[in-house]
Structures are given as structure tokens and as C-alpha cells.
Write a protein that binds this ligand. Structure first.
Ligand SMILES: [Fe+2]
Length: 353
């Protein structure tokens, strides 16, 4: 059966995003994957006891599937922050044993004072941020419904995090349509399984460094492949590419000075998209579709295979205007039919492609 003969893939009506002037087909920035050498007591204290992420028991099944296919991970921890996650495969071989993106990930909490108490009780160090440093993030704060970041901290393997308090609307989980009360969300079948509700309510953004003179090309790439109108702007440090996702999330690229290298160690981000088939075709036409050897059972050489897995991956990000290679950063691109999508209900919100 060809992909065109299959039942149409679902889409989510991004009315809230459009009402905010966002032209995006990207529905959700769902997880950051960073390998860790081992699952230490420090990792447990940091992610679960201190930050109050919720352990996701589905990880064991996924790890088993990867191992059965010949994958090399020795374990897998999923830490949920509302409807978003951090994936931490354990014990992958070098040079991918420990991963850390060059940048910072935003976290949202209803009560930062309670979080600080939790971190202190768990022995997790953090730094208070000066309030004036956040004025440069005004656009992000306005669109994401966040207060300026109050504290910054780093995971045992170096993942930098900035913590914001939610200011706008109903306190709750960060969904593709905005912040949603967890009780209402649960009634609609929205949510992730976890041992307990997470203290962290969501991941509103990931901010990454990119080489000089690449931000404009990145904007063109997101337009060409993902049908998303990213904004090119000047930030506190230089030129930036801001990619809108859903109603309140951002993927931000920040250029470093000319001549400065940006390391890449194989971490990845996962995004959900409306218009999955078209995104695959555009990525394929640019030669970007990539099979990650860490997942031997997942190949995306044809549209049929990609649709069958409800996902594909790209590694190299190029300027579609001239083919210039900009940066490597693995994107795991998922359709809304992927079984991991946490917003599969209410069905009334899903329309057919
Ligand atoms: Fe992933």
C-alpha cells in the first residue's frame, strides 16, 4: 500500500497559535534527548526529587524494543514535565555517552519558591538570576505567558536550565493550544503517564547556539520543510532565528561570533507537525532525511516507511536557497498519529489532512 492510499494523518487545529499571529505547522516541541553515561543518585536527585519531573514508565518498553532490534542503550529514563519530556538513554557507547546541547532549556513552574525549597532539600545547587538580564527576553515572555527567569541550574551532565513562573491564564500544562488546567486536560484524555504529577508544568523553549551567518538560512529551512514562518531578529548577543511552535513554544537559534565553533554531540529534539507528508517530501527533496543507527528498527528511506513509523529524522540543517550546510542538529519529526503524542484527545480537535 502506498502512503497516498492510507487513511489521512490527523492534524490539530492551531487556532490559538494563529490568533497569536503564528504561522506554523509545528504543533509541539515535545522532548529533548540527552544521553547519560549512567543513572546516578545525582541524576535521580536532580530530575525527580529536586525539579519534580515525573518518571514515565513507558520508557522500559521503548528500551526493550531498541535492544531487541540491536540497539546499544543499556537503559532509558523518561522524565516528564507536564506534556513535555526529557529522554535520557543510559550507557550508549562513546562518543555519544554523554550529551548536552549548547544552549539553555526553559522550564515553567507555578511556584518557583516551592521549587527552590525542593531543590535545596534535594541538595541540588542553583543560581539566582539578576532581574535585568531578562529584559532582553521580552518577546519570549509576552508570547509564552512567563515571568522573567528567576533561577538557572545545570544537570549532573551539564544540561543548562532556566526556570520561569507562569503569569498568564490558567495555571496548568503547556499544550499545543496553550496552558491548560491539568484536571480539564485529564478529563479530555490529554496527558502522559507518570508515577505522579510533575511539579514542572512544561518546557516553553529551547535556546541553542548556531554558527555566525546561519540564522537567516535556518529561517528559510523551517519555511521550506516545515511550513513555519520563523522570525529573524537581533538578540542580546547577535542575530537569532525564532521558530514558533504551537501557541506558546519556541525553538531559538542564537548566532555566535564569527569564527567560533558550535559543538554537536548528537543530542536531539522531537517535534510534532501538521502536514507530515509534505514535510517528509520537502526534507527528502533536499536530501536531509536521515536514519539514526542508534535505532536500527527505524528507517525512513521511503514515504511509506516514514508514514508507517509516523516519524522521520533529519540531521543536517541546510539553507534551501543554496544548499549550504548550516549546522547539524537531529530533529525527530513526528506525525500526530505517533503513539507517543500526548494530545490525541479530544478527537474533536483533530481534523483530517
Ligand atoms: Fe527522541
Amino acid at each position: 500500500m502506498s502512503a497516498s492510499d492510507r487513511a489521512p494523518l490527523p492534524e490539530l487545529d492551531l487556532l490559538e497559535a494563529r490568533a497569536r499571529g503564528r504561522r506554523t505547522s509545528l504543533v509541539s516541541l515535545e522532548h529533548l534527548n540527552v544521553n547519560v553515561p549512567s543513572w546516578s543518585a545525582d541524576c535521580e536527585a536532580f530530575w525527580f526529587q529536586g525539579l519534580g519531573f515525573a518518571r514515565d514508565s513507558r520508557a522500559a518498553t521503548i528500551c526493550g524494543n531498541v535492544n531487541n532490534a540491536g540497539g546499544t542503550m543499556k537503559g532509558l529514563v523518561w522524565a516528564n514535565a507536564g506534556l513535555q519530556q526529557v529522554h535520557m538513554p543510559v550507557g550508549e557507547p562513546e562518543p555519544y555517552a554523554s550529551q548536552c546541547p549548547p544552549g539553555v532549556m526553559g522550564l515553567a513552574y507555578a511556584d518557583v519558591t516551592a521549587l527552590k525549597n525542593s531543590l535545596t532539600a534535594s541538595g541540588v545547587p542553583f543560581s539566582e538570576l539578576p532581574s535585568q538580564a531578562e529584559e532582553e527576553e521580552e518577546g519570549l515572555l509576552t508570547e509564552s505567558g512567563l515571568a522573567p527567569a528567576q533561577i538557572e541550574l545545570s544537570s549532573p551532565t551539564g544540561v543548562r536550565l532556566r526556570v520561569h513562573r507562569i503569569t498568564a491564564g490558567t495555571l496548568g500544562w503547556l499544550t499545543p493550544n496553550g496552558w491548560q488546567d491539568p484536571v480539564v486536560a485529564a478529563e479530555q484524555g490529554v496527558g502522559l503517564p507518570g508515577d505522579r504529577p510533575s511539579l514542572c508544568l512544561g518546557i516553553p523553549y529551547i535556546r541553542l547556539l548556531c554558527p555566525a551567518s546561519t540564522a537567516a538560512g535556518l529561517c528559510r529551512l523551517y519555511a521550506a520543510v516545515f511550513g513555519t514562518e520563523a522570525t529573524l531578529c537581533t538578540g542580546g548577543s547577535g542575530v537569532e532565528c525564532w521558530v514558533p511552535i504551537g501557541a506558546h513554544q519556541w525553538l531559538v537559534y542564537e548566532e555566535v561570533p564569527t569564527g567560533q565553533a558550535v559543538p554537536y554531540d548528537g543530542y536531539h529534539v522531537a517535534i510534532y507537525i501538521n502536514g507530515f507528508v509534505e514535510a517528509y517530501r520537502q526534507a527528502q527533496s533536499l536530501g536531509l532525511v536521515w536514519n539514526n543507527p542508534r535505532f536500527p528498527h527505524l528507517r525512513y528511506d521511503s514515504l511509506d516507511e516514514a508514514v508507517g513509523h509516523s516519524e522521520f529524522r533529519i540531521l543536517r540543517l541546510v539553507d534551501p536557497a543554496n544548499g549550504q550546510e548550516l549546522i547539524s542538529m537531529e530533529h525527530e519529526v513526528r506525525a500526530l498519529s505517533h503513539p507517543g503524542f500526548s494530545y490525541s484527545l479530544p478527537k474533536s480537535s483533530l481534523k483530517q489532512q
